[in-house]
Design a protein around this ligand. Structure first.
Ligand SMILES: *[C@@H]1O[C@H](CO)[C@@H](O)[C@H](O)[C@H]1NC(C)=O
Ligand SMILES: *[C@@H]1O[C@H](CO)[C@@H](O)[C@H](O)[C@H]1NC(C)=O
Ligand SMILES: *[C@@H]1O[C@H](CO)[C@@H](O)[C@H](O)[C@H]1NC(C)=O
Ligand SMILES: *[C@@H]1O[C@H](CO)[C@@H](O)[C@H](O)[C@H]1NC(C)=O
Ligand SMILES: [Ca+2]
Length: 532
C-alpha cells in the first residue's frame, strides 16, 4: 500500500469526522478540507554538501569534525554506507541528482560549467522541483546551483521549477578572491580562487543582490531564507520542497562569527560546522512549525574531497583517493534519510545513488515520473523496510565521459571492476600515487576486481587466475556494462558550447554577471580537469 496515502487518510479522518466517506476521493477531500490536501503530501528537504568526503563527518569517525546536527540525523535516521554520486565533480553530479539520469544523457559533461558557459542543464530535462510542482508543492533552493546560467539567465533554478532562489549560480571559487574576507574579523580567503575578473555574485531569483558575495554573512542569509520559506509553507498548509546544495565544504572555506574558530579542525572544520548549524536551524524550524513529522530530510554530498587542498581539503576516510577519480573516495558519499516516526533508525548497506532521489520523492508524493529514460530507482523499500532496494549496480563515469571509453568502473553487489583508472589533480598530495594527476589513463584487461565488503579501500586486486570462481562475476559485470552502454544515448555536450570568449548576454550587467569577462582565458582540457 502506498505509505503516504494511507497515512493521510488516517489524518483526514481524524480531522473531518463524519465528512469522510468511502466515496470521497482525494481530490474531493482536498476541496472539502483544505488542510487535508497538504497533509496528504510529505515535505522534502534535500541537503547536498560540496566536496565532502566519506570520512569527514563526526558520525563517520572523524576525530575533530564537529557535526552535532548531522550526527543527530544519522543517529535517529537511516544511514547509508554504500551511497554513490554519479560523478567525481560538481555539475554532472548535480544534474543526476535533480533529474534521476546519468549526466551523459543530459549533456552535463565533460568537466563542469563555468560562469561564461553558454550551456546548462537543458530546460526539457525534468527536475525534482518540476516533478513536484504539479501537485501543488512550493519549491525553493538556496546555495550552489552549478547547472548553468546562460544568456539572460536561461538556465537559472527559477527556470527549472524553483519558485524561490537565493544563491551563487556556480562554484564560489569561480571568481577572484584575493582580497575577499572568508572568516571574521578579516581573514582573507585561502588562495586566489579562479583567475577571472568577475567577482562572484549572490543572486535572489534572477537578479544580483550582492557582488562580490559577503562570505561572512552568507550562511545567515541562507538560514533566514530557509526559515521564512518553511514558515510560510507551513502557515499556508502547502507541501514544500527545499533544496539546499551548500557551498560548504568546497574551497575556499568560509564561515561567519558563529562558527569561526569553533571546531578543532581549522577552516575546513569551521565551514563544516557552519553547514551543520544551518541543518540544525532547519530542523528547529520544522519542529517549531509542527511539520517535522511530515517531512523527509535527505542528506548527501556531490563528490569526494579535494585532496589537493591538503589540510584545507576533505577526507575520504578509509576510501581510496578523492575528487576527480573513479576510485571509491571520488564518488561514494555519506548519506542519511531522516523522518522521525516514519523511517526507523538504522544503517543500510543497500546500494543507492543520488539518481534514486527523484523516483523516491515521486513515489512518496504520488507524482508522475517524467517520461524519459530514468536511471534512478525508488528507495522506499530501503527507507521503510530496511530492505535491499531495487538497485543492483552502479556505473562510474570519469570527469570526461565519452562513448569511446564509456564507464571506467562498474559495481555489482559487493564487487567493483575497474576497466580504466586514472589519477586527478584534485586528488594530488596524499601518499597514494594512484590518486595523483601523474597517474595517467590505464586500461585494465582483465579489469581490476575488488570485493568492497571485505576490502572497501580497494587495496587487493582479485585476479581470476587465482580465483577461478570470479570468472563468472566478471562475465556478469561485462554483460551488465554492455547492456548499460547499449541503453546510453549521449546528449549533446553542454560544455562544448563553452567557447564563449566573445559571447555576452544582452542584458545590463547589473542584472546578470558578465560571463564574457569571466572567460578571458581559454580553458583547455587540463583546466577542465583541474577546476570545478
Ligand atoms: C531535449 O531536447 C533536445 C534537443 O531537441 C533533445 O535532443 C533531447 O533528447 C531532449 N531531452 C529530453 C529529456 O526530452
Ligand atoms: C587586492 O588588493 C591590493 C591592495 O589593496 C590591490 O593592489 C589589488 O589590486 C587587489 N586585487 C584584486 C584582484 O582586487
Ligand atoms: C505531527 O506532530 C504534530 C505536533 O507537532 C501533531 O499535531 C500531529 O498530529 C502529528 N502528525 C502525525 C501525522 O503524526
Ligand atoms: C536577452 O534579452 C534581451 C532583452 O530581453 C534580448 O534582446 C536578447 O535577445 C536576449 N538574448 C538571448 C541570447 O536570449
Ligand atoms: Ca563538488
Amino acid at each position: 500500500m502506498n505509505f503516504s496515502s494511507s497515512r493521510s487518510r488516517k489524518f483526514c479522518r481524524q480531522e473531518m469526522g463524519q465528512w469522510t466517506g468511502r466515496w470521497v476521493t482525494a481530490a474531493l477531500l482536498a476541496l472539502l478540507c483544505p488542510g487535508c490536501g497538504a497533509a496528504d503530501l510529505p515535505n522534502f528537504v534535500l541537503l547536498f554538501a560540496d566536496d565532502l568526503g566519506y570520512g569527514d563527518l563526526g558520525f563517520g569517525g572523524h576525530p575533530s569534525s564537529l557535526t552535532p546536527n548531522l550526527d543527530r540525523l544519522a543517529a535517529r535516521g537511516l544511514r547509508f554506507t554504500d551511497f554513490y554520486a554519479t560523478s567525481p565533480v560538481c555539475s554532472p553530479s548535480r544534474a543526476s541528482l535533480l533529474t534521476g539520469r546519468y549526466q551523459t544523457r543530459s549533456g552535463i559533461y565533460p568537466g563542469v560549467l563555468y560562469p561564461g558557459s553558454k550551456g546548462g542543464l537543458p530546460l526539457n530535462e525534468t527536475t525534482i522541483a518540476e516533478v513536484l510542482k504539479p501537485l501543488g508543492y512550493t519549491t525553493a533552493m538556496m546555495g550552489k546551483w552549478h547547472l548553468g546560467l546562460g544568456a539572460n539567465g536561461t538556465y537559472l533554478p527559477t527556470r527549472q521549477g524553483f519558485d524561490h532562489y537565493l544563491g551563487i549560480p556556480y562554484s564560489h571559487d569561480m571568481g577572484p578572491c584575493h582580497n575577499l574576507t572568508c572568516f571574521p574579523p578579516d581573514v582573507k580567503c585561502f588562495g586566489f580562487c579562479d583567475r577571472g575578473v568577475v567577482t562572484v555574485p549572490l543572486m535572489s531569483g534572477e537578479s544580483i543582490l550582492q557582488q562580490p558575495v559577503d562570505f561572512i554573512n552568507l550562511e545567515n542569509s541562507y538560514s533566514d531564507f530557509a526559515t521564512k520559506f518553511i514558515r510560510t509553507a507551513a502557515q499556508n498548509k502547502q507541501p514544500f520542497f527545499l533544496y539546499y546544495p551548500s557551498h560548504h565544504t568546497h574551497y575556499p572555506q568560509f564561515a561567519g562569527w558563529k562558527a569561526v574558530g569553533r571546531s578543532l579542525r581549522g577552516p575546513f572544520g569551521d565551514s563544516l560546522l557552519e553547514f551543520d548549524s544551518t541543518v540544525g536551524n532547519i530542523l528547529q524550524t520544522l519542529e517549531d512549525t509542527g511539520v517535522l513529522n511530515n517531512t523527509l530530510i535527505f542528506f548527501t554530498a556531490d563528490n569526494g574531497p579535494e585532496l589537493m587542498r591538503m589540510s584545507h581539503g576533505g577526507n575520504s576516510g578509509l576510501l581510496k583517493c578523492g575528487k576527480g577519480t573513479t576510485y571509491e573516495g571520488g564518488m561514494r558519499e555519506p548519506a542519511i534519510a531522516f523522518w522521525p516516526g516514519v523511517i526507523q533508525p538504522g544503517v543500510t548497506h543497500s546500494l543507492s545513488s543520488t539518481l534514486d532521489v527523484l523516483p523516491t520523492f515521486a513515489k512518496l508524493s504520488g507524482a508522475s515520473l517524467p517520461k524519459v529514460h530514468l536511471d534512478g530507482v525508488d528507495m522506499t523499500d530501503i527507507l521503510f523496510n530496511h530492505g535491499l532496494g531495487n538497485r543492483d549496480a552502479m556505473f562510474y563515469y570519469p570527469t570526461d565521459p565519452s562513448e569511446k571509453y564509456s564507464v571506467f568502473a562498474v559495481r555489482l553487489g559487493k564487487y567493483k571492476a575497474h576497466y580504466y583508472t586514472r589519477g586527478a589533480a584534485h586528488s594530488d598530495t596524499t601518499p597514494d600515487q594512484d590518486c595523483h594527476m601523474i597517474s595517467t589513463l590505464k586500461q585494465h584487461d582483465p579489469p581490476l576486481l575488488f570485493d568492497l565488503e571485505s576490502d572497501p579501500s580497494e587495496n587487493y586486486n582479485l585476479s581470476p587466475k587465482d580465483h577461478p570462481e570470479l570468472v563468472d562475476v566478471l562475465q556478469k559485470i561485462q554483460d551488465l556494462k554492455d547492456q548499460f552502454e547499449a541503453s546510453m544515448v549521449f546528449g549533446e555536450s553542454e560544455m562544448v558550447k563553452e567557447q564563449t570568449l566573445h559571447w555576452s548576454p544582452a542584458v545590463p550587467h547589473s542584472a546578470l554577471p558578465n560571463p564574457s569577462a569571466a572567460s578571458v582565458e581559454v580553458r583547455g582540457t587540463d583546466h577542465v580537469l583541474l577546476c570545478d
